[in-house]
Design a protein around this ligand. Structure first.
Ligand SMILES: Cc1cc2nc3c(=O)[nH]c(=O)nc-3n(C[C@H](O)[C@H](O)[C@H](O)COP(=O)(O)OP(=O)(O)OC[C@H]3O[C@@H](n4cnc5c(N)ncnc54)[C@H](O)[C@@H]3O)c2cc1C
Length: 432
């Protein structure tokens, strides 16, 4: 690192994740002298483990569908996504020579199937464009004077001056990647509101007997609809995807998609029950299932309920569903009355798992909460409170489902913050 006291930059970007890397590249493209400061010894660490280590660079769905997959403040992101969206991101990476491919549900990956391809290209692009990069350099705070940012304060006590500072420090989930919520106090002391961080895109916990006793541990169901209920009457969301039963509750993409609603509900309401209702047999409608049981009762009266149920469901799940219905598994199907059939159908089509919460923030894929978007201009990502201060990526109170949506948000807001901060820094008078 050069002698920091002598340095002066147009734009300083704090944080070398996808949002920081993009903001550095696009601030530099606008002609600003840019410094990127990262506390870790490598750039793009979280990006390198995203998408199962393959880096889900974006999602190819059209803008309205992208917005539908952003449960955390999608409207605020509309300008950024409209200005630089998924097709721009794909074009950018293809321009760097990275072949991309689209997989199921619009997810876009590098053809190499390696996140390192994306991270290296991005990092090379930062250096090639002439961005100054300081790694192993933790930032401790912002410097301000008369309502304007004037630079940053480093952990070693040095100050570095700049006309604009972009905060791209991420959230506080999976802290080993460097995202440890460092910027929340800085933003707060600059007058910003911090929405308390909470876990999203995270597995759900349950204390039901079949979870506690690990009866279903390791069982996975493909493409099942899950409805999340509050107090069994208010439907919070319906999501669809693969589900995995674990020793603590529910995991898999569909559980992760429900987690925003669980976290939000638990934060807002002090009491009440949350139930995930799983359609364990999505390819058969309720009436067809009831008819199947009636046919079995008519045609195979001596067969045991458990034996027949295992023909249509995984064995362990069939046993739990029968147990929940209160019918002995060994009873002959001839003994089932219509009410019992209705109960069997209900427990299969809406198998109830009582949800107690989520795994903690440290284990969440994404952080909900952060710097309130009410105090950030959505057209520029500029602070409405401090001149020259910008935010991008997960440090803000925005979050999306996994599937490339968060990374799209990081790139898109990074692009906007970079261009806006450079414009401001190169001609601050225009902004007075
Ligand atoms: C395991 C995993 C899988 C994921 N998979 C997906 C996926 O498939 N699809 C998807 O859309 N999203 C996924 N995500 C989420 C996605 O990776 C994040 O939303 C994205 O990385 C956020 O980018 P960011 O630039 O805002 O922050 P980050 O990537 O968190 O980067 C922030 C950077 O700031 C640095 N920093 C922090 N504090 C300081 C400081 N004081 N001084 C200097 N530097 C600092 C950090 O070291 C870090 O490098 C995944 C996340 C994880 C953990």
């Amino acid at each position: 690192m050069p002698d920091a006291k002598t340095e002066e930059f147009d734009v300083i970007v704090v944080g070398g994740g996808p949002s920081g890397l993009f903001s550095a590249i696009f601030a530099r493209e606008r002609g600003a002298r840019v410094l990127l400061v990262e506390k870790g010894n490598q750039l793009g660490r979280k990006l390198g483990i995203s998408g199962g280590g393959r880096c889900n660079v974006t999602n190819a769905k059209p803008l309205p569908e992208l917005m539908d997959n952003i449960p955390g403040n999608a409207r605020f992101l509309h300008s950024a996504l409209a200005r630089f969206g998924n097709t721009d991101i794909m074009r950018f990476f293809e321009g760097l020579g990275i072949g991309l491919k689209e997989e199921d549900r619009g997810r876009v990956f590098p053809r190499s199937d390696k996140a390192s391809t994306v991270v290296s290209a991005l990092v090379n692009s930062v250096y090639e464009r002439g961005v100054d990069v300081w790694t192993d350099t933790p930032v401790r705070g912002l410097c301000q004077e008369d309502g304007a940012v004037t630079g940053i304060r480093l952990a070693n006590g040095n100050r570095v001056s700049a006309k604009a500072v972009i905060v791209a420090t991420g959230g506080c989930s999976v802290p080993k990647t460097g995202s440890t919520g460092d910027a929340y106090p800085w933003a707060k002391s600059a007058g910003h509101t911090i929405v308390d961080p909470y876990p999203t895109e995270v597995p759900l916990t349950s204390n039901d007997w079949f979870i506690r006793e690990r009866t279903l541990q390791g069982l996975s169901l493909k493409a099942v609809p899950v409805t999340l209920w509050y107090n069994e009457t208010k439907r919070l969301t319906v999501e669809e995807g693969d589900l995995i039963f674990t020793h603590f509750g529910l995991s898999g993409p569909v559980a992760l998609r429900c987690s925003h609603y669980v976290s939000t509900s638990l934060r807002r309401k002090k009491s009440g029950n949350l139930t995930a209702s799983v359609d364990a047999l999505p390819l058969m409608a309720s009436e067809a299932l009831a008819e199947t049981w009636r046919r079995w009762r008519r045609d195979e009266p001596r067969k045991q309920v458990g034996t027949l149920c295992r023909q249509i469901l995984p064995d362990r799940l069939a046993d739990v569903i029968i147990a929940e219905t209160g019918i002995p598994s060994s009873s002959q199907v001839a003994n089932l009355n219509n009410d019992m059939i209705t109960r069997l159908v209900k427990n299969t089509k809406s198998f109830a798992v009582h949800i107690t919460g989520t795994l903690p923030l440290s284990q969440a894929t994404v952080t909900g909460g952060g710097v309130s978007v009410k105090e950030i201009d959505p057209r520029t990502m500029a602070s409405k409170l401090v001149r020259g201060l910008y935010f991008c990526g997960e440090v803000m109170d925005v979050h999306a489902h996994t599937g490339g949506y968060n990374i799209t948000v990081a790139f898109s807001t990074g692009h906007l913050a970079g261009e806006s901060a450079a414009e401001f820094a190169l001609d601050p008078v225009c902004f007075t």
